[in-house]
Structures are given as C-alpha cells and as structure tokens.
Design a protein around this ligand. Structure first.
Ligand code: ADP
Ligand code: MG
Length: 449
C-alpha cells in the first residue's frame, strides 16, 4: 500500500520541483517502507540522501502525510543497509563498531539541535543557563544535571546542544548520549550475549554520560539496578552526568528510592510550558531558516502571532505546523495568509485548541475588575462596566474560535458591530495605555495557564 503512496508522492514532486531535479534526485530513491513514523529510502550514495533530506525532506514528509502515510522523519540508507541506524546496532557482528563511531563522530545527535538554534525565554532560561554551564566543561560542579519538563519543550535539544558544544571544545572527550530505552536495550543485549564486562567497561569509560527520558526505566528492575551502578561509578570518577525526564525525580513512579535521591543530589531544573512570547520567538527564528529554503514565499502580517496564540505549548507541534504551512504554500504557490493557515492547519488547530470558553473569560475578567458577572453581560453602559466588557470581548476574539456574532450573543445579545467596536477600542488602548496592556497580559496568562 505504501508503495502506491510513494507513487503519488513522486508524481506530485515531479510537478513541483521540475523534471530535471526530479530525475537527478527523486528517481534514484528506492522506497523501503515506513516504520514508527520513519520513512526509509535506499539511496545509491549518501550524498544523494543528504541532498534530498535538505532540499526536499519537508515536502516529502508533507506529501506522505497528505496521502495518509504519516512520517515524522526520513531515513536514507546507502544501498544494502536499509535498516534505520538504531537497529543496525542490534546486529551482533557489527556491535562494537557503531558504539565506537557513536562516541566520536556525533552520530545519534541531531545536528540542528545546537545552542544557536535554541530560543531562550522566561520558561526555559534556567534550564538553558544550566545547560550552557555544563557545556563549558571543566571541573564538575553539579552532578547530575537533571532536566525535566513536558513533551516537546526542548529537553533533547538542550542535551544534544551540550554534547555538540563539549565535542567542539574537546574532540577527544568521550561523550555518550543515549535514551534510557537504548540503555536498557544495550543492557539486555549484553546480558543475553554474556558481554556484561564489555558493557560495564564501555559505560564506565565515558567522560560525559547523557541519558534521555530516564522515566522509561522506572519499574524495570534489573535495568534500574545497572543504571544505578553505572551512575555511581561515574559520579565517583568525577564524570559529568546529564539526565532528562518528563517529570521531577520525586514524581517518577516505580523508581527506586536510592536512585531518586541520587538524581536529586545535583541540580534539578525544569522547562516550563512555553508562553506566547517564547512561541512567537521560536516561530520567527524558524521562518528565518525557511526563507532560504522557500525563496519568494511571503507571510502575511499576523500569521505568526495567530499561531503563537493558538498552538499548544509543545514546540514540536508548533514546528510541524510551520513546516506544513510552508510546504503547502510553496506547492500551491500562494502567499501565506491567515485564511490559508486556518485551512491548512485546521486539524492541528482543533487538536491544540485549549478550549477556553467565553464564560471562563467573562468570569475571570469580572473577577479581575471586581464587578458582577451580571453587570458585565447586562445592558448597563457605565464606563466601570463597559471597559471590562470590552476587555472580555477582546479576549474572546483572541482566545476562542467564536465569531463576532457568537460573542455578541453571549454578551447579552449584543450586535456583532458592538463586539467589533469593543475589540478595536481595546486594541487601540493596549498600544498607549500600559495599565490595559498589563491587565490583558495578566488575564491571558491566567486563562491559558
Ligand atoms: P523534548 O525532548 O523536551 O520532548 P525536544 O528537545 O525534542 O523536546 O524539542 C522538540 C522540538 O522543538 C525540537 O525540534 C526542538 O528543536 C524544538 N524546540 C524546543 N524548544 C525549543 C527552543 N527553545 N528553541 C528552538 N527550538 C526548540
Ligand atoms: Mg526528548
């Protein structure tokens, strides 16, 4: 079935990238299949794979998705080794090789996850500062560095950035990054193949160990046990350890107490959910990167602000939305307007709808200005009621999907022109009255948080 999908994707690519590019780059690809959202292609040379990845990667992912074959990543394997890299380590005869390679060349690290590309804002500034500090190398000051936070907030990005930086400073340094799942996998393989001594030696010989998503080993007793020993040996040897998890050490269930307290010994920092400013900053940075890739594409004012408001805190979702938007706009050859955005991303927008209701906004705003809800909705025109009412209308327009007539109806059956007037009034005031601007900010945070 997926082979047919690839046929569709190829046909679409042929028209968008032109016959010459198509023949040079797309024709040589042999589609192998999709597994765990990774689409694998056999390529005659690594160069072709890299080129396709860089120049057509996002379009291919977009087109696959449109044809019903969701892929998150593309993998290009030079002919004859079409298995994804992680699985390659499973082949016993090859086992020693990939490990050695991984320690040197930065394999397993995403080259895009650097400090340069990490946008810093209030929610992640502490985690970022701690990561920077560790990336300077030198004597170990806190061990481990424990980073935690929800999905898609940048934990893996920061860990890779540390690894890139450490390796750039000292190419001799033995930095090992792996997920807790890979740690378990290697441990089990070592047990089965009776190579525990190699395993222990390998892990104890690293200078810096990074284990991502450590919550994964909770409840897996023998893996935890081994992790604990590895951990202690490295700490005793003054080696830096960096751990991430989706929650604080104290909140990981089924984690042995002694491991938990060990994890809490160093510096524990969390990445908070992104806020509007950080999301906007990330989007702006990404757009700069896309400009090179999609020259000629223009973006209407307000689109990024709209996305920053409407998409959830998960940066991965935010990035995916932008990628799709650019790929789509370049395919149809149109400016990226608010309308195109809403069409193209309707599923994402629906899914990440925070479902803030008009009622909630009315309640919060009337509390904030200390007036009764009935006065906000009722007919009184006193300034003391009218202004909060307009603030609430403005927030409804900004934070919900409701149309102006719908909003009007919920404000005591007012006309949509009244709502529009209110929204405009607040927009105006926001620009010149810092009290209103502060109120809006406070309310928005309270509603979104
Ligand atoms: P986590 O490991 O916390 O689930 P990731 O580190 O994988 O999240 O981040 C998800 C995606 O979002 C990655 O593509 C990453 O580059 C991007 N990202 C997250 N935070 C930021 C940030 N502050 N600046 C730029 N990109 C970010
Ligand atoms: Mg991660």
């Amino acid at each position: 079935m997926t082979v047919e999908i690839w046929g569709d994707v190829r046909a679409a690519l042929r028209t968008t990238i032109g016959k010459n590019s198509y023949q040079s780059w797309i024709e040589p690809l042999e589609f192998v299949g999709i597994k765990d959202e990774v689409a694998t292609f056999a390529v005659p040379t690594t160069f072709i794979g890299n080129y396709v990845q860089q120049n057509f990667g996002e379009q291919i992912i977009y087109l696959l998705g449109r044809s019903g074959a969701a892929a998150r990543r593309l993998h290009f394997a030079p002919a004859g080794q079409s298995q994804p890299a992680v699985q390659a380590t499973a082949r016993p005869t090859r086992e020693a090789e990939p490990e050695a390679a991984e320690n040197q060349a930065g394999a397993g690290l995403d080259p895009r996850f650097t400090f340069d590309r990490f946008v810093v804002g209030k929610p992640n500034e502490l985690a970022h500062a701690a990561a920077r500090r560790v990336a300077e190398g030198g004597p170990v000051t806190f061990n481990p560095l424990f980073l935690y936070g929800g999905v898609g907030l940048g934990k893996t990005h920061l860990m890779h950035a540390i690894a890139h930086e450490l390796r750039a400073r000292d190419p001799e340094l033995n930095v090992l990054y792996l997920s807790a799942e890979q740690f378990m996998y290697r441990f089990i393989t070592a047990l089965r193949e009776r190579r525990m001594i190699d395993f222990k030696q390998m892990f104890r010989s690293v200078d810096v160990l990074m284990v991502d998503d450590v919550q994964f080993i909770a409840g897996k007793d023998s893996t935890q046990e081994e992790f604990f020993h590895t951990f202690n040996a490295l700490v005793d040897g003054q080696k830096q350890i960096i751990i991430s998890a989706d929650r604080a050490p104290g909140e990981i269930k089924d984690l042995e107490d002694r491991i938990r307290s060990r994890l809490q010994c160093g510096l524990v920092v969390d990445l908070h959910p992104t806020d509007y400013e950080l999301r906007l900053g990330i989007l702006q940075t990404k757009v700069e990167l896309y400009r090179g890739q999609y020259p000629g594409l223009t973006l209407a004012p307000g689109v990024l602000e709209f996305l920053a408001h409407r998409i959830s805190t998960n940066v991965r979702v935010l990035e995916g939305a932008l990628t799709r938007l650019f790929a789509f706009a370049s395919l149809v050859g149109r400016e990226i307007t608010l309308e195109l955005t809403q069409d193209c991303l309707s599923d994402i927008l629906r899914a990440s709808d925070r479902k803030i209701t008009v009622e909630e906004i009315q309640r919060k705003v009337s509390d904030h200005y200390n007036i009764r809800l009935s006065d906000m909705i009722g007919p009184k025109r006193l300034r003391a009621y009218a202004r909060p009412r307009q603030v609430a209308m403005f927030l409804c327009k900004q934070l919900t999907n409701r149309s102006l007539p719908e909003i009007g109806r919920r404000f005591g059956g007012r006309d949509h022109t009244t709502v529009m007037h209110g929204v405009r009034k607040i927009e105006e005031l926001r620009a010149k009255d810092s009290q209103i601007a502060d109120d809006l900010e406070l309310l928005r945070r309270a509603l979104e948080g």
